[in-house]
Design a protein around this ligand. Structure first.
Ligand SMILES: Cc1cc2nc3c(=O)[nH]c(=O)nc-3n(C[C@H](O)[C@H](O)[C@H](O)COP(=O)(O)OP(=O)(O)OC[C@H]3O[C@@H](n4cnc5c(N)ncnc54)[C@H](O)[C@@H]3O)c2cc1C
Ligand code: SF4
Length: 537
């Protein structure tokens, strides 16, 4: 088999890129290879079962938790002592399925800020991007249209040339004490942009959000999910040469010469059969862990250390967001505060500024568990009406969520492990050392949260924030972009240094992450790559 374009992975990157390529050249032959399988979306029965049991319907799309995995590769901290072996967790932090991690994502859809493209210049840390914010800005607009983002177009936190496609969601009731406290302290806040389709005059095959508040499984498909959009290519369009194969793991990229990729060898998981495919160009969109692992195991005479790895950068500089939940309480809740939505509506990017960049920018989000009391559970537990009322009006737990920027370290790395996981994919070995400066920063942010809680009339109960997740949801930087091949893996066009027709697109190419979620930016990069490939012919 021979195709024009071969894409590895079927997440948002693969889907946005395929859209851009097929709209330009409808007859282009594109082969998408995805290790995972189809999960059923927009299904009432699955939604109902999920509501009743609370169990996520598709556990098979996640990595096994440590230490239940088939092999101890994941999370094994090589040569480190005194740290938990689960310090960098894959389980729950990525989804391996048709549609990739958008199957489980929250849809928070932030833009990076202009200074995020110049971390090295501004702080001496990491690396600058090969291009600036203005280069990416038009693609941010396209990404937000595509992801169906609801946001505040008047918000000046980040410059924009076009309004969001849908209006912002109003601040919820539980935002009000937080907003008031922030105002008292002079901390700015704004509406959180979120990928939830609104109502508009533009016809769409995707339903608008009904605010059911059950977003871990949306019964309507109002939260962007890549496989729903991938299906559109086949349902609503005439793209005769698009092929999507599920349940196949790409094992190696074959190189015809040092500079040219010839194609790939994939493994059919159900049979173990190895199949070779030829392609004019290969795009790796397999996520932050699998992309470098694939490059590393694609060894040849020309690339003895793995394709693109002559400078030993592939898989290095692994970063994520330490995710903090700062907990406290309010003494009384006379209005019986409860969550209205299953997604946040208020964010403060007050500390996401050039002034904070050297220490690590951070954002604070009023996320849905600020009031974690379930009336349904109290009723199931047989509480009387009076007791439920007393509970709802009494002391109430509160929390603020935070994400903080950390900086890439050369030693923090992902590589292949010798055993295969439940999808037939080589497992990962992660070498990750938590940086003391980041841990100190997390404590310091606790001091700011304490002031916010006190301004709300509450107390901060978590002097040593205990819920610091180092999960891989926002993992990045393992194939970082660089102008100079000695500093990274891909160039500003996302082409692997030293090759002509091999590209990487994903969070792995970010030289740094900033303080915000990555997917708006990666979708913008996918559209930009599509334009580059269309221009190249
Ligand atoms: C729980 C959770 C919540 C999140 N919330 C947010 C949020 O609110 N906002 C935000 O911006 N981001 C969020 N993210 C991150 C977001 O989901 C990712 O940034 C985005 O989905 C990445 O898309 P991608 O296409 O680059 O890769 P992925 O979605 O990771 O897709 C890669 C695909 O490649 C396949 N693959 C890998 N290796 C191979 C191989 N060798 N052969 C064949 N196939 C292969 C995988 O199975 C996978 O399906 C969240 C992530 C998680 C897990
Ligand atoms: S609130 Fe969540 S689950 Fe409900 S329609 Fe909107 S996106 Fe879907």
């Amino acid at each position: 088999m021979k195709v024009d374009t071969l894409i590895i992975g079927s997440g948002v990157v693969a889907t946005a890129l395929t859209k851009r390529l097929l709209e330009h050249t409808p007859h282009m032959s594109i082969l998408i290879l995805e290790a995972g399988n189809r999960i059923k979306t927009k299904d009432f029965g699955i939604w109902e079962a999920f509501q009743v049991t609370g169990n996520y319907p598709f556990p098979q799309i996640f990595d096994l938790p440590y230490p239940e995995r088939d092999a101890p590769g994941e999370n094994r901290l090589i040569g480190e002592s005194g740290q938990s072996p689960t310090a960098f967790t894959l389980n729950g932090g990525r989804a391996m399925a048709y549609g990739g991690s958008t199957s489980v994502w929250g849809g928070w859809t932030f833009r990076r800020k202009p200074e995020d493209f110049f971390l090295k210049t501004n702080t001496g840390q990491g690396l600058d991007w090969p291009f600036d914010y203005d280069t990416l800005e038009p693609y941010y607009c396209q990404a937000e249209d595509y992801l169906a983002v609801s946001g505040d177009s008047k918000d000046k936190t980040v410059p924009r040339t076009r309004p969001y496609p849908f209006h912002e969601f109003p601040y919820s009731y539980v935002d009000q004490p937080v907003a008031k406290a922030m105002e008292t302290l002079g901390i700015s806040y704004s509406h959180l942009p979120i990928a939830r389709r609104g109502v508009s005059k533009v016809p769409s095959t995707h339903a608008p959000c009904q605010v059911t508040g059950t977003c871990d499984y949306c019964p309507f498909g109002a939260r962007y999910l890549a496989c729903d959009y991938m299906d559109d290519f086949r349902t609503w369009n005439d793209y005769p040469n698009l092929t999507i194969k599920l349940g196949v793991v790409v094992m190696t990229i074959r190189m015809a010469t040092k500079r040219r990729a010839a194609g790939v060898i994939y493994r059919q998981t159900s049979t173990g059969e190895l199949v070779s495919v030829d392609a004019d160009r290969v795009i790796v969109a397999a996520g932050t862990f699998e992309t470098p692992k694939l490059l590393l195991r694609s060894t040849s005479k020309e690339w003895p250390a793995g394709v693109g790895n002559d400078t030993d950068n592939v898989g290095r500089y692994l970063i994520t967001h330490p995710y903090m939940i700062y907990a406290g309480s309010l003494p009384l809740s006379p209005d019986k505060m409860q969550w209205e939505l299953d997604f946040p509506t208020l964010v403060s990017r007050y500390f996401d500024t050039p002034q904070e960049q050297a220490k690590g920018k951070y954002v604070l989000v009023n996320a849905p568990n600020i009031v974690a009391r379930s009336v349904a559970q109290m009723m199931q537990a047989g509480y009387s009406n009076a007791k439920i009322n007393r509970t709802l009006t009494g002391a109430v737990p509160i929390s603020l969520h935070g994400m903080v920027e950390i900086f890439g370290q050369y030693e923090n790395r992902v590589t292949n492990y010798s055993k295969l996981n439940h999808l037939g994919m080589p497992e990962a070995t992660i070498h990750f050392r938590q940086d003391q400066a980041a841990l100190d920063r997390i404590q310091e942010i606790g001091g700011v949260v304490k002031k916010i809680f006190e301004a709300m009339g509450g107390t901060y109960e978590d002097e040593n924030p205990s819920v610091n997740s180092w999960r891989c949801d926002h993992a990045a930087s393992t194939c970082r972009m660089s102008k100079d091949p000695k500093d990274g893996v891909v160039d500003g066009d996302l082409r692997v240094h030293g090759t002509d027709n091999l590209y990487v697109c994903g969070n792995s190419v970010y030289p740094n992450l900033g303080a915000i979620n990555p997917t708006d930016t990666v979708t913008a990069l996918a559209f930009r790559l599509g334009d580059h490939l269309n221009a190249a012919g």
